[in-house]
Design a protein around this ligand. Structure first.
Ligand code: C2E
Ligand code: MG
Ligand code: MG
Length: 413
């Protein structure tokens, strides 16, 4: 009709859980009642439809001529829908509370609109954003969302090529003890991109995690580190070094993870305790019992376990005691401010004391100044990593660094 309108994509939160726990019959009933409430939230001239599953679409016609006013009106309707859906449902005597996530996009008045699929895609994207914001909320589409999705898609296509064409390399950063002797190294992924140059992991690990590419990428990192350990084991100078490999949550959760670690150790013939796996606290956010059991299996294989970025996340102290850990790494955000922020000073002191009482090694990450080093050492921290000692280096340069720096472990054999 040439006026402003809006398209709303409505998805029930946790509908599958309801279906799985109290049955499809009650699930069907909920869908019918939701449809009924939706019809009562809009005018006769608007359209309510069910796309499938627990997805509904509402088309609001004629929200006036002014796009700004139209958006306000659409938001009012969306809020009304959320409010109405929050009221309890009676499902055959079962009292049920539901919420929904809503994505909204404007339907401009112009005749030049891109057909049906484009607005639907936009509303769907906005709905996903609403889910990501914690559900039970409304989110409006903006072109930035599209750009972010396209950028991620481009990176993920690029990642696949990178894997195929062997564009990834491991850099290694030494860990030192209080006497600045090298105790081991941490392997840090880098992407040698043909057009972008050297790309750091923070730019591609999140996309790799979203797309599942972290599995082949993480496997490659682990196998490469094990192969390197095998090479180092042959030389007395380097035989005592360990390599720490970062493991992302998605990788750890994969059912084949333990087998993959075992295979990497066996095929390279390395001593398992030279391999250190760095896990993050976000592993502990849920499915704790499974996580603890898996850690136990890894520990039984002989590998060393470290908790990375400690202090940022979820660890409860009682859980910490139950985990078969060898090491804690204090997140570098605390280290950065230990000398200036009294809170970070207190936190690092507490972490070091805690680790000591649990018999864990403590590593301070991101040590950049002598003052930080001395302060943390005085508090009892045993190991350090940071630019003060050495940045992450490609293999050849690392080996040169090792040549001229004392090692913690006396040469073996
Ligand atoms: P992380 O495991 O906490 O690694 C330490 C990060 O601190 C590295 O960043 C390192 O370059 C940086 N760093 C070291 N010393 C200093 C310092 O003195 N000052 C400052 N400001 N930073 C320092 P990088 O290499 O960019 O890696 C970032 C994160 O990416 C890592 O954090 C790790 O979580 C992840 N990552 C790296 N490689 C892998 C991998 O193979 N697999 C997985 N899943 N994640 C990886
Ligand atoms: Mg790490
Ligand atoms: Mg860290």
């Amino acid at each position: 009709a040439g006026r402003q309108g809006a398209l709303m994509f409505i998805d029930l939160d946790n509908f599958k859980v309801l279906n799985d726990t109290i049955g499809h019959h009650k699930g069907d009933l909920l869908l019918q009642k939701v449809a009924d409430r939706l019809m009562h939230c809009v005018r006769k001239t608007d359209t309510v439809a069910r796309l499938g599953g627990d997805e509904f679409v509402v088309m609001l016609n004629d929200l006036g001529d002014d796009p700004v006013v139209a958006e306000v009106r659409a938001r009012i309707v969306a809020e009304k829908v959320l409010t109405r859906l929050r009221e309890p449902f009676d499902l055959d005597g079962h009292r049920h509370f539901a919420t929904a996530s809503i994505g909204v996009t404007a339907l401009g008045g112009g005749a030049s609109d891109d057909g049906v699929s484009e607005p639907l895609k936009q509303a769907d994207l906005a709905m996903y954003q609403a889910k990501a914001m914690g559900r039970n909320t409304v989110c409006f589409f903006d072109p930035g969302m599209q750009a972010a999705v396209s950028a991620n898609a481009a990176v993920s296509a690029d990642l696949r090529i990178g894997l195929r064409d062997h564009q990834f390399v491991l850099y290694y950063q030494p860990l030192v003890d209080r006497e600045r002797r090298i105790a081991g190294v941490e392997a840090l992924l880098r992407w040698q991109h043909p057009a972008r140059g050297l790309v750091g992991p923070t730019e591609f690990i999140p996309v790799a995690e979203d797309t599942g590419l972290i599995l082949p990428l993480g496997q490659w990192a682990l196998e490469t580190a094990c192969a390197q350990l095998a090479v180092w084991a042959r030389s007395p100078q380097t035989a005592g070094l360990s390599i720490a490999v970062n493991v992302s949550v998605r990788q750890f959760r994969h059912p084949d993870f333990v087998d993959m670690v075992m295979a990497a150790i066996q095929s390279t013939g390395i001593a398992p305790q030279r391999l250190k796996l760095e896990l993050t606290e976000s592993l502990l956010a849920d499915r704790m019992e499974i996580t603890l059991a898996k850690m136990g299996t890894l520990k039984a294989l002989g590998v060393t376990l470290s908790l990375d970025d400690f202090g940022m996340g979820y660890s409860s102290l009682s859980l910490l005691k139950r985990m078969p850990l060898d090491q804690l790494k204090i997140d570098r955000s605390f280290v950065a401010d230990v000398l200036t922020d009294p809170n970070d000073d207190a936190i690092s002191r507490a972490i070091i004391a805690l680790a000591q009482s649990l018999n864990l090694e403590v590593v301070a990450e991101g040590v950049e100044t002598e003052a930080q080093f001395e302060f943390l050492a005085a508090q009892g921290c045993g190991f350090f990593q940071g630019h003060l000692f050495c940045p992450p280096l490609p293999l050849r340069q690392l080996e040169a660094f090792i040549e001229e720096t004392p090692l913690l472990t006396a040469p073996t054999r």
